[in-house]
Each structure stands twice: as structure tokens, then as C-alpha cells.
Write a protein that binds this ligand. Structure first.
Ligand SMILES: *Cc1c(COP(=O)(O)O)cnc(C)c1O
Length: 356
């Protein structure tokens, strides 16, 4: 029998979650963000589930080329634009839409020799201070782009730093954006998942949902299920050993868990080399034979241990759910001091994937 660890990817859940995004932003087009190998779910697999989206957003040209190779004719946005001007002919050939986030990129594009015009997004830094032009530099960049024979359509974009935080939200950045782009003639794109779900005033022409399409919540205090989303990835395995541990005995590297009473401990075929967070330690929620229980001790490279107290009938071969259907990935992430984004994108290539 093969190693029992498997990530089940539910393509119907992707389509459902895209529907939730469209229903929440009915007047906007949806740019489905499929960077980081479709947030760990597999780029081309995810594109199939999201083919009803109006466009895709990726990071790298080779990801975009893969989508074109699969026959997708959707607009494809390169979220960090081009890294070197010599990428521009390929970008034009594949009809990709780079994000322009520095003035020198606008100038390189203007100087390039391209077979035809390309559409671009001009990114404005409205307060996150990561990528984008300062508001005072936007007019100059727009002039450079508009005067270039290489540039077709221009979409104005920005990205929110705190759309997931109820007390802060988007107000300041949104006000800055509106002030900067007052002429209103160009299409706009602002909203990530959090803004899409919480701030309709950000929807504009294109929304850019990522995490919600995969069924996870962008908000710390809500799960995807709370938002009507369905988990796309369910990470499942089985027990490969059961140990009777006596009071006072320790479990795993570093002996960080010591039994307070005699107990049964299950060993699960899943470790940090599969993408399970090593920082989870004792107490992360996990389902064994359908019962909610907890992890025990340090996560090893290829295994982790679980408390079989709540699942006394569990045995070698009993099914284990690490996250997904019936166990929100957000809960595991919170226990490990991280976010669902990190767990999903960290799924290791060695984990077998099955589409359902
Ligand atoms: C990753 C990304 C998104 C999607 O963010 P989510 O929080 O996953 O919805 C949107 N816009 C940009 C610019 C991004 O880099």
C-alpha cells in the first residue's frame, strides 16, 4: 500500500467559492488569483475549477505560459509585472498584462520594441508601502504610459494592507486612491478577498480574490464556512501505529509531551516535510476516525502523534483529517501561530493529490 497521505482537491468547491465572490461583487469582473501554484492546490487544476472567472492573476511568466498552453484565453495579470525589460517580448507574445509599479518600468516599456500593444495595470501605493507609485508620481507614470506606442489599456490598481482588520479596514487607503485617480476614465482594481467580502465600496471594475476561492477566510475571527465558502483542500492520512503510553512517559523529539496518565497515542503519516506546521506542537486540532482530538509533542519530518483519548476505537489504518472538510484549516493555522494561506501554499510536492 502507498503512503496514505493524500490531499483531496474539490474542484466543485472552487466553482462554488467563485460563485460566492461573484454574488458578493455582482458588478465587477473577477480576476482569480492563482499565484503560488494556485495557493498550493496546483495551478492548472485550479484554473479548471475557476474557468468561469474573467481573468487570472499569477506571479511568473512561466505560470502564465502554462495557462496559455492549456488553452486559456482569459486576461492574465502578472502581479509583480516584469523583473527585466527583456521579458517584455514574451509578455506581448502571450498577451499578458503586467503590473507596472515603478516609473523606470513605465519607461522601459515605453522604449521597448513590441509587436503589438499590451494592456497594463498601474499600481499605486496608497499606504501599504510595498509595491507601487507614490500618489505624487502617478501623473508622470500615466503620461509615460499614455504616450507609448506599446501600451493599450491601462487599469489603475492598489492593494490594501489591513482590509482583514475590522477596526482599521480600507477607509484611508480608499480615500487616498480616489483622490489620486480623480479623473475616473480608467478601469480600477482594488479588492482582495477581505475587501471584496467586507467593503463593497472597493469593488470597482475588477476584484482580485485569492484565499476565499480556496475556501479559507481572510479574517482571523471567521472560518471559510462562516462566510459560506467550501474548503477546496482536505489533507487526509491514516494511523500507521498505535502506542500504549504509561503515565510519565514522553512522546516524540525533545520529550515535550509527557503523559499525565496512561493513554493511547496514534502515529499519523504526515510531518513537516509534507507541509504540516512544525510549530503546531501539542494541542493542534485533528480528526481521527471522525473524532476531534489533538496533536501531541513535536511534529516530526514524516510523522506526528495524536491523543487517541477521544477516539478509543481508532486503530492502525484509521482515517485522519489534518485539515479541510470538517476541520477548518484556519483552526490548525491559528494553533500554529500562522494563517491558512501559509499552510495551503506550503503543501509539499511529495504529497499525492487527488481531484474529487
Ligand atoms: C495575493 C494578492 C491578492 C489576493 O489576496 P487574498 O487575500 O488571497 O484574497 C490580491 N491582490 C494582490 C496584488 C495580491 O498580491
Amino acid at each position: 500500500m502507498a503512503r496514505p497521505l493524500i490531499a483531496r482537491i474539490d474542484l466543485a468547491a472552487l466553482a462554488h467559492n467563485l460563485g460566492v465572490a461573484k454574488a458578493a461583487a455582482p458588478r465587477s469582473k473577477v480576476l482569480a488569483v492563482v499565484k503560488a501554484d494556485g495557493y498550493g492546490h496546483g495551478l492548472t487544476r485550479v484554473a479548471r475549477g475557476l474557468r468561469a472567472a474573467d481573468g487570472f492573476a499569477v506571479l511568473r511568466i512561466d505560470e502564465a505560459a502554462q495557462l496559455r498552453g492549456e488553452g486559456y484565453t482569459h486576461p492574465i495579470v502578472l502581479l509583480q509585472g516584469f523583473f527585466q525589460p527583456d521579458e517584455l517580448p514574451e509578455i506581448a507574445r502571450l498577451r499578458l498584462r503586467p503590473v507596472i509599479h515603478r516609473q523606470d518600468q513605465a519607461e522601459s516599456l515605453a522604449r521597448a520594441h513590441l509587436e503589438h500593444r499590451i494592456d497594463v495595470l498601474l499600481k499605486i501605493d496608497t499606504g501599504m508601502h510595498r509595491l507601487g507609485l507614490r500618489p505624487t508620481r502617478v501623473a508622470e507614470a500615466l503620461a509615460t504610459l499614455r504616450n507609448s506606442p506599446n501600451v493599450g489599456g491601462i487599469t489603475l490598481m492598489t492593494h490594501f494592507a489591513r482590509a482583514d482588520e475590522a477596526e482599521v479596514g480600507v477607509a484611508e487607503q480608499l480615500a487616498c486612491f480616489k483622490e489620486t485617480v480623480s479623473d475616473g476614465s480608467l478601469p480600477r482594481s482594488l479588492a482582495n478577498s477581505a475587501a471584496l467580502l467586507r467593503y463593497p465600496e472597493t469593488h470597482a471594475d475588477w476584484v482580485r480574490p485569492g484565499i476565499m476561492l480556496y475556501g479559507a477566510s481572510p479574517f482571523a475571527d471567521l472560518t471559510g464556512a462562516d462566510l459560506g465558502l467550501l474548503p477546496v483542500m482536505t489533507l487526509q492520512s491514516r494511523l500507521i501505529a498505535v502506542q500504549r503510553i504509561r503515565k510519565g512517559e514522553a512522546v516524540g523529539y525533545g520529550a515535550t509531551f509527557v503523559a499525565e496518565r496512561d493513554m493511547s497515542v496514534g502515529v499519523v503519516a504526515c510531518g513537516y516535510a509534507d507541509g504540516y506546521p512544525r510549530h503546531a506542537g501539542t494541542g493542534a486540532p485533528i480528526l481521527v476516525a471522525g473524532r476531534l482530538t489533538r496533536t501531541l509533542g513535536r511534529v516530526s519530518m514524516d510523522m506526528l502523534s495524536v491523543d487517541l483519548g477521544p477516539a478509543p476505537d481508532a486503530h492502525v489504518g484509521s482515517p485522519v483529517t489534518l485539515w479541510g472538510a470538517d476541520l477548518p484549516v484556519e483552526h490548525v493555522a491559528a494553533h500554529a501561530g500562522t494563517i491558512a494561506y501559509e499552510l495551503l501554499t506550503a503543501l509539499a510536492p511529495r504529497v499525492r493529490v487527488e481531484e474529487i
